[in-house]
Design a protein around this ligand. Structure first.
Ligand SMILES: Cc1cc2nc3c(=O)[nH]c(=O)nc-3n(C[C@H](O)[C@H](O)[C@H](O)COP(=O)(O)O)c2cc1C
Length: 457
């Protein structure tokens, strides 16, 4: 414990694909290319558990990044985050290879039914002993829409309105078996479960309806932990309402501190305890025995990026086809104002460039999308890296970090072997897991089933 705060939280940023979130990572000579095998993910899971990571977390999208020129050629040819497996089987493999590591994954509210998601995630939570987490996202682009039988992606704020209902409905199902509903009395005449403690939810909203009763009882941690990463005004409101673990892209401590505070305020505004919500930005730690060696590793990793990567991946998250403009053409206000992709990044580019109509070059240079500079880089000796992490943590810029890897599995192995002992020595990171469930290990309060929901809209 540090000054009464709970320990720093560490999450590994995982991808169920050919690369880490750094698209150039598959070209790294130390990357092990068995990314289609369960062993690849199980090995990383064991490494993370040795490093006492709280959680391994999988990103997800339902399409290749093919908005750029409406063509998948570049994404496939250069492996620009082109493979995307379903995270759930990988999560199950990783959970079964470990005993304490939390296992989180992303599932969108825009293209599934609440009952599906409620059932898959609660089942997973049982299979891995109460260590599952669900990252609630609303998806990003028209390619995802088209893969899921829809012509265009729903408007940004409307997606969040629908997502509010979606989460209400999922939680309704998760809480519709009371905690002591399951009896399993094998004595003659003994009951399996108490029917008065298993409820239909009769959810009827504007976007979703679902009757129940739900078909999976409560798990060892009650229900999976909810992750969220909304960053626009509407997104932060949503994260403040639901997120128990919140991911936020911060570039510097100075930028992070007010945003971290605003997020905690959004939690309090929803009548929740801000200490029960952990906030973690993605970072790239790059560590070696000497600072010069670490800088060389950083520069080598950076050299693996290709020029195509940035605009392909910007197109993906903004839902904009950048082939429409020359690199220095201002992008029309009408296009930017009505875009259905992530608003947070658009707003940041406008703010940093000071332009209402930034150019594609502004987007590339400010976002640094597709490179390791997209997130803060903590580079140097184990002490250097720990110093930077400690500063962010102590300055209340965050409660922990989403650790991204320049290559796989080495990026996680080097961090666990070299940086984790240094953080532990400083007393800001746990030496062992506090309990057996993810909720216990994150220091979150127990989840209590509130019984029959009254949520007719
Ligand atoms: C660490 C991190 C991981 C994310 N993972 C996903 C993901 O897997 N799928 C997805 O559609 N969005 C993902 N997002 C995007 C967020 O859900 C959100 O859309 C984004 O931060 C922009 O905020 P906004 O939706 O409020 O505009 C992630 C964001 C962050 C910071």
């Amino acid at each position: 414990m540090a000054g009464g705060r709970s320990d720093m939280v560490l999450i590994a940023f995982m991808q169920a694909q050919n690369c880490t979130n750094y698209p150039g990572s598959w070209r790294h000579p130390q990357a092990i290319p068995d990314f289609l095998s369960a062993e690849h993910y199980m090995r990383i899971a064991r490494t993370l558990e040795e490093g006492k990571f709280h959680l391994a977390f999988f990103d997800d999208r339902l399409a290749m990044p093919d908005i750029f020129g409406n063509d998948h050629k570049l994404a496939v040819q250069w492996g620009i985050r082109s493979v995307k497996m379903d995270p759930v089987p990988l999560m199950t493999a990783m959970g079964l290879a470990t005993k304490h590591l939390g296992i989180g994954g992303t599932c969108t509210t825009t293209y599934y039914e609440p009952f599906d998601v409620a059932r898959t995630w609660m089942t997973l939570d049982h299979m891995i002993g109460g260590r599952a987490a669900w990252n609630v996202v609303t998806s990003m682009n028209d390619s995802e829409a088209r893969n899921m039988g829809v012509d265009a992606h729903m408007d940004h704020d409307l997606r969040y309105d629908a997502a509010d209902e979606f989460v209400e409905c999922v939680l309704g199902h998760w809480q519709s078996w009371e905690d002591d509903a399951l009896v399993v009395d094998t004595a003659p005449g003994g009951v399996f479960a108490d029917p008065t403690k298993v409820h239909r939810i009769d959810y009827q909203g504007r976007f979703y309806k679902s009757r129940g009763p739900f078909t999976v009882p409560r798990s060892a941690q009650g229900q999976p932990v909810l992750i969220q990463a909304g960053q626009s005004g509407r997104g932060v409101q949503f994260a403040g309402r639901w997120g128990e673990l919140v991911f936020a892209s911060y570039r510097t401590i100075a930028q992070a501190k007010p945003m971290y505070r605003a997020l905690k305020d959004a939690v309090a505004a929803n009548g929740r305890n801000p200490d029960h919500v952990k906030v973690a930005p993605p970072v790239y730690p790059i560590v070696a025995e000497t600072r010069a060696m670490a800088e060389e590793k950083r520069d080598f990793a950076h050299s693996l990026a290709r020029p195509e990567d940035a605009l392909c991946l910007l197109g993906e998250i903004l839902n904009l086809d950048f082939t429409q403009w020359g690199l220095d053409d201002p992008i029309d206000s009408a296009v930017l104002d009505s875009m259905t992709g992530q608003h947070a990044i658009r707003d940041r580019i406008r703010q940093v460039s000071g332009k209402q109509n930034p150019t594609p070059r502004d987007f590339i240079e400010i976002s640094k999308r597709g490179t390791i500079y997209e997130a803060p880089i903590f580079c140097g000796t184990p002490k250097d890296v720990a110093d930077q992490m400690e500063e962010w943590y102590r300055e209340e810029a965050c409660d922990g970090f989403v650790v991204a890897a320049t290559h796989r599995p080495g990026g996680y192995e080097e961090f666990s072997r070299l940086v984790v002992p240094e953080l532990q020595r400083r007393g800001i990171y746990h030496k062992d897991y506090a309990g057996t469930t993810l909720r216990e290990n994150l220091g979150l309060p127990p989840s209590v089933a509130k019984g029959p929901p009254t949520m007719k809209h």
